[in-house]
Design a binder for this molecule. Structure first.
Ligand code: IMP
Ligand code: MG
Length: 176
């Protein structure tokens, strides 16, 4: 049995934070219909809650990325396992990510997107793991900041466990 994760942010705090981000995005995109691009799998719960709090028209799409590297370290190589279905030329894109950690995955993905001539690209991240950043990534909409805790819940996993937890929790011991 793995240990019970400890709550960092309750479902109520998450609800308030998602509502705050939704207000910010709604205010910024009143005049255009943004395309929200969720990074699978971790962003699926966040995306589902976020779009239901927006009071502007939006479209959504998802991508699945895999970063190569040995063990826990990213190498900077990012493979697109499932790409965008929508055309992005001339669109206002908001990337919806669960966690920005080193920033390597997002930096590569955002650089690739920009080459396809969208009107704009912004980044929305539920969790900003500030202490571990290795490359410069600007987060336009941030939910919570953590130091270097390993977090799970609200769609976020550890070895595919704990995605179903309603709160954002901290695991000290990585389960098998
Ligand atoms: P990076 O910013 O390229 O290092 O990679 C960030 C990705 O690693 C996130 O989108 C998550 O999928 C994963 N990740 C980073 N930190 C955590 C964590 O604490 N819990 C679960 N996944 C994490
Ligand atoms: Mg991710």
């Amino acid at each position: 049995m793995s240990e019970q994760p400890e709550i960092l942010f309750t479902s109520e705090e998450i609800r308030e934070t998602v509502a705050r981000i939704a207000r910010e995005i709604s205010d910024d995109y009143r005049e255009s219909r943004p395309l929200l691009v969720g990074i699978l799998q971790g962003s699926f719960v966040f995306m589902a809650d976020l779009i239901r709090q927006l009071d502007i028209p939006v479209e959504i799409d998802f991508v699945r990325l895999s970063s190569y590297g040995s063990g826990m370290e990213s190498s900077g190589e990012v493979e697109v396992i499932h790409g965008l279905e929508q055309a992005i030329t001339g669109r206002n894109i908001v990337i919806v990510e669960d966690i920005v950690d080193t920033g390597i995955t997002l930096k590569r993905f955002m650089d690739d997107l920009r080459e396809r001539n969208p009107a704009s690209v912004r980044l929305c991240a539920l969790i900003d793991k500030t202490a571990r950043r290795e490359v410069d990534v600007k987060i336009d909409y941030t939910g919570f900041q953590v130091h270097d805790e390993f977090v799970v819940g609200y769609g976020i996993d550890c070895n595919e466990q704990f995605r179903n937890l309603p709160d954002i929790c901290h695991v000290k011991e990585i389960p098998e």
